[in-house]
Design a protein around this ligand. Structure first.
Ligand code: G3I
Length: 394
């Protein structure tokens, strides 16, 4: 079924109103699933199943997941689950610059991104924008722009075109994704190369200011990884990130939130310290910023083969991390990097090979398995939400 048909189905059912009531949405999702000739699996639609977005909302949290245009178009069963469980969606890849770009400046394909944005709007879901700039997914022609002026112009146009297209629709934009890399050896801990090499650290100020001008209602996020664990490397990254926030504050660069990606390992990974994480989150909150957990998932590469044990370890990792993180009232959002193991970058082995299981078994990193059946990880997340202190919605 193409998108137009899909949206027509929705409007016939009255799903299309952006402010559609979330409870009604679940019922309508079931109606939609029937209309599409597929069913929402009974194990997840049972009345006694806690719905993650509701459990989160009761504590002032917004819960969401990744999605893609391909999934929206082709996997209606999965879409039913997303509509049931999530209050927010984020395009896993469809809004990345290099993914959208066809090889020349300004030649971008917006259709997959439009599908994701349209899906969020039509279904009353909040939309995260991921991302405007990321060193890892920048089109190759950008690297041929020799002068700071040319690069600045390209950044301005990228922001104005994408953030402008969805102006007023985006809850939060990851304006610069992963700007920190202490290993690059700079005193300020900023990632060298790509944007910084030619323009200098001011590229950050430019990107955030232009995004604010372009879409004044979107929250502007600095999204970073490897700040969750208790190692000297991650401590260096945390320190560099806090220093960046301090510089942004001094220079009046607009920023509203910090995104903590939280790609975790359930066992055999770096040591975790709840008190260390809490201290860091409190430091971020001290800047007057909110915090979003933006890409939460859990790899199981070192867990035993036994599936029940693996699932329990993954669930425990979710619970341990969320219990610590949600203690901080500035945390307002939890996004898992996928909802079902059917669609996960970990299962697709797009991670570093060190994250793959050596026994050849598929990883089980997300709250629902590949058959959309709730797993212990789902309970781990739901229980963490249930035990979290309430907070003002942010
Ligand atoms: O679409 C092509 C497909 O046509 C081709 O057959 C296949 C062969 O490998 O590749 C497919 O593209 C892959 C794409 O994901 C879509 O699945 C790329 O190889 C793969 O590198 C890409 O990985 C994505 C990665 O970012 C790099 O962009 C992951 O899906 C995505 O989950 C991951 O997400 C990032 C966040 O954006 C930022 N934080 C870290 C996180 C994990 O790396």
């Amino acid at each position: 079924m193409n998108n137009r048909k899909l949206y027509n189905c929705r409007s016939r059912l009255g799903v299309g109103h952006p402010r559609a009531d979330p409870d009604r949405r679940r019922v309508l999702a079931a109606g939609l699933a029937a209309l599409w000739g597929c069913t929402i699996p009974s194990n997840v639609s049972a009345a006694d199943t806690v719905v993650l977005r509701k459990a989160a909302a009761e504590k002032g949290l917004l819960y969401g997941t990744t999605i893609s245009a391909e999934q929206i178009n082709d996997d209606h069963e999965f879409v039913g689950l997303v509509l049931q469980q999530a209050g927010l969606v984020v395009a896993e890849n469809d809004m990345k610059w290099q993914v959208m770009n066809r090889g020349a400046p300004g030649d971008d394909d917006y259709s997959p991104a439009d599908t994701v944005a349209g899906f969020a709007l039509e279904n009353g879901l909040a939309l995260r924008g991921h991302n405007l700039l990321w060193y890892h997914r920048t089109p190759s022609w950008y690297f041929d722009l020799a002068t700071p002026q040319e690069q600045e112009r390209a950044i301005i146009e990228r922001v104005q075109h994408l953030a402008g297209r969805y102006r007023g629709m985006v809850h939060s934009w990851d304006v610069v994704n992963e700007p920190i890399e202490p290993k690059d050896g700079r005193k300020d801990g900023l990632r060298s190369g790509v944007f910084l090499e030619t323009i200098g650290p001011d590229y950050l100020d430019l990107a955030y200011r232009v995004t604010r001008e372009t879409d004044p209602t979107a929250r502007l996020v600095v999204n970073e990884y490897d700040v969750e664990f208790d190692t000297p490397e991650q401590e260096a990254r945390r320190t560099a990130l806090l220093n960046l926030l301090e510089r942004m504050r001094r220079s009046g660069t607009p920023v509203d939130a910090v995104g903590i990606q939280a790609h975790l390992s359930c066992i055999g990974g770096p040591p975790f310290s709840a008190s260390r994480l809490r201290r860091f989150l409190a430091d971020v909150a001290g800047f007057g910023l909110t915090i979003q957990i933006t890409e939460l998932d859990v790899t199981d590469e070192h867990a035993p083969s036994d599936q029940a044990i693996r699932d329990r370890l993954v669930a425990d990792a979710y619970r341990q991390f969320l219990d610590a993180a949600l203690d901080e009232p500035a945390v307002k959002m939890v996004v898992t990097w996928g909802l079902s193991d059917r669609h996960s970058w970990i299962v697709r082995q797009e991670t570093h090979q060190s994250k793959w299981r050596s026994d050849g078994a598929l990883s089980r990193p997300l709250p629902f398995d590949a058959d959309l059946k709730a797993k212990p990880a789902y309970e781990g997340i739901a229980n963490a939400f249930a035990h979290a202190p309430g907070r003002a919605v942010g």
